[in-house]
Design a protein around this ligand. Structure first.
Ligand SMILES: *Cc1c(COP(=O)(O)O)cnc(C)c1O
Length: 353
């Protein structure tokens, strides 16, 4: 019945998210969710709105949340844009800022939603290969382009780019928007948010899905100078006036008021990541140094897809990408220490160690 489809729909290759299995008792290490619950303050703030107030529309401008993010990062509220997950924020940025006459640049190994948005919005793009160590080399971005986007740390490699390298890219292309997708920055990186007042071409996106344990709530944001934010607002207000529902508005705002809980969760994940990295190295894995809440690793002798299947038989789900350059790697989300110990035990059993 696809004769009813628009021409555009015929051309789309949609993004495929990691699976969300409908069965219990799985150790789920495949979509980089946080193993710890949201802050109790977030849950209390949501509970306070979970009543007859839901009959009213939420604030279309999400002022409470913009103020919380602006305060947290010492910015003005007109430097903050919020959306229904950072995926939505990114989508608006592709349409509002990254669609230009020259091609958009991003790494060959990166978040696989980027080419999907290019398809949806008709954006020409070119991929820039990471080096053999899976590092972004700023010099490779010295070429004609309409804009640049990359995650930092990169996904699915977990590798961090230093702020000096980001400055180099920003200064190479002062008239092109550079979007740094910081979905994982809280797990050990330095945020480029500190640079937004110095660089009118810098937009930084973050999400509450990973480090703030709120993947189920769908809130992300972008910060930059006011002229960039205005472009995003124009697209948002031509698409959906209320992307942040009432529960999300209050829950997300409360998250920025519980710094101690947030730091504690991030520290636990960083510490578990180091334990996992060392344990995997001991049983023959090469592990890319990660600044994220996952590791990207390949075994020196065993096939990655077979390892993923053997883990699945033991009720542990990890992410495997059957793609060029990375088809011998597994991406494993950092779970609790308990989940981590079960993972290490399963890997040892599979490898006969
Ligand atoms: C998870 C992720 C996102 C999307 O996060 P949401 O806020 O849950 O939509 C964006 N970029 C990268 C690189 C991610 O890994």
């Amino acid at each position: 019945m696809s004769q009813f489809w628009s021409q555009l729909v015929h051309t789309l290759t949609p993004y495929v998210p990691g699976e969300q299995p409908k069965v219990d008792n799985l150790i789920k290490l495949n979509t980089n969710e946080n193993p710890y619950p949201p802050s109790p303050k977030v849950l209390a703030a949501i509970a306070e709105q979970n009543n007859e107030k839901l009959k009213l529309y939420p604030d279309p401008n999400s002022d409470l949340l913009k103020q919380a993010i602006a305060d947290y990062h010492s910015l003005e509220t007109n430097q903050v844009f919020v959306g229904n997950g950072s995926d939505e924020v990114l989508a608006h940025a592709f349409q509002a800022l990254l669609k230009q006459d020259a091609p958009l640049l991003f790494p060959d190994i990166t978040y696989s939603f980027y080419p999907v948005y290019c398809g949806l919005y008709g954006i020409d793009y070119e991929t820039i290969p990471l080096n053999d160590q899976f590092e972004i080399q700023p010099a490779d971005y010295q070429q004609n382009c309409g804009a640049i986007i990359f995650p930092n740390p990169n996904a699915p490699t977990g590798r961090l780019l230093k702020l000096d390298a980001i400055k180099e890219i920003l200064e190479m292309h002062p008239n092109r928007v550079v979007l740094v997708d910081e979905a994982y920055i809280d797990f050990g990186g330095k945020s480029a948010i500190s640079l937004v007042n110095d660089y009118p071409n810098l937009l930084v996106a973050q999400t509450l899905s990973k480090s703030r344990s709120l993947a189920g709530m769908r809130v992300g944001f972008a910060v930059g100078q006011a002229h960039l934010i205005e472009a995003l607002e124009r697209v948002k207000n031509s698409f959906n006036s209320y992307p942040i529902d009432r529960l999300a508005l209050y829950g997300a705002s409360a998250s920025f008021k519980d710094e101690e809980y947030f730091q504690d969760c991030c520290q636990k994940i960083i510490s578990t990541r180091e334990t996992l990295t060392n344990a995997m190295k001991e049983i023959g894995f090469e592990v890319i140094p990660s600044a994220a809440n996952f590791v990207f690793a390949k075994h020196t002798t065993e096939d990655a897809e077979k390892l993923a299947m053997a883990l699945r038989e033991r009720k542990i789900i990890v992410r495997y990408f059957n793609k060029p350059r990375i088809d011998q790697y597994l991406r494993i989300t950092i779970g609790t220490d308990e989940e981590n110990n079960a993972l290490i035990a399963a890997l040892k059993e599979i490898l006969g160690k």
